[in-house]
Design a protein around this ligand. Structure first.
Ligand code: 4G4
Length: 249
């Protein structure tokens, strides 16, 4: 899969994609990362990419011509790509949108804005607007990297054998159960006994119950959508009873 970032700060993208799992995936040829800088599509002496807004107001607006030229260049390189603009007003990213982007069979062109945002006419060349949450950032680069990272995990081979099990959490609709490794005791806190015994049926049940507990305590809203069976219902009832009269911390 190919990811192309349209950005005024290509070094930011190159730096951020040169670590760990994404770096390894690039080296293995499982994905490509490239950048196009709209500044290279300006024609004036000062390579101007922004201008004052019509109608007045504070801040600057990104000029449509260099960004349109950059998108057209990107589309010629990746004819099968979807163009995604990262905007505070886009559809809020979630695991199901990530899955759709990963399974669409399309490469992705990310349009990263700055300053006060884009000239509205750029959206004629955009397929989808995505936000990574209800907050404002100085640029679209971090959101684009977030989307790429989340999508890349679905490309076969990107996650090693060890890592790929960690698909569970959001796809299953529940939060992850707690995990532990050595030492058995750290600052008075002990690894639950059940995990140190070899009873796999008990471990499985404990993990399911703790996933339900974590979800009930941290994200009860997720329980409405999660696919729960009768056994889950019993475990959840235990959790609710156990939670009553507990001090919340
Ligand atoms: C487009 C329009 C995305 C892009 C305006 C981008 C937050 C998100 C930007 C802007 C972003 C998000 C300068 C406000 C760049 N901020 N929540 N900033 N701004 O995904």
């Amino acid at each position: 899969m190919n990811f192309l970032f349209i950005t005024l700060f290509p070094e930011f993208i190159e730096q951020a994609t040169s670590f760990s799992i994404i770096k390894r995936a690039v080296e293995q040829g499982l994905l490509t990362v490239s950048c196009i800088n709209p500044r290279d599509f300006t024609h004036d002496k000062h390579k101007t990419v922004d201008d004052t807004p019509f109608g007045g107001g504070v801040g600057m607006v990104l000029k449509v011509e260099p960004f349109a030229a950059a998108i057209r260049e990107a589309k010629s390189l990746l004819p099968n790509a979807a163009v995604v603009a990262l905007c505070p007003g886009g559809n809020t990213l979630n695991q199901s949108i990530v899955e759709k982007l990963a399974e669409s069979g399309h490469d992705l062109i990310f349009l990263c804005g700055h300053y006060e945002g884009f000239d509205e006419r750029i959206f004629a060349l955009v397929d989808e607007r995505i936000s990574i949450g209800d907050y404002v950032l100085t640029g679209g680069e971090l959101p684009a990297l977030v989307v790429m990272d989340a999508v890349a995990r679905y490309i076969p081979g990107v996650l090693g054998k060890e890592e790929s099990a960690s698909e569970e959490s959001f796809s299953e609709g529940l939060l992850e159960y707690p995990q532990y490794t050595r030492p058995v005791v750290f600052e008075g806190m002990e690894v639950p006994e059940v995990l140190r015994g070899g009873n796999h049926a008990l471990i499985k049940e404990w993990r399911r119950k703790e996933a339900l507990r974590a979800t009930y305590k941290q994200r009860p809203d997720l329980l409405n959508k999660a696919a729960l069976n009768k056994e889950d219902g019993r475990l959840l009832l235990d959790v609710i009873i156990e939670t009553k009269g507990e001090n919340n911390g």
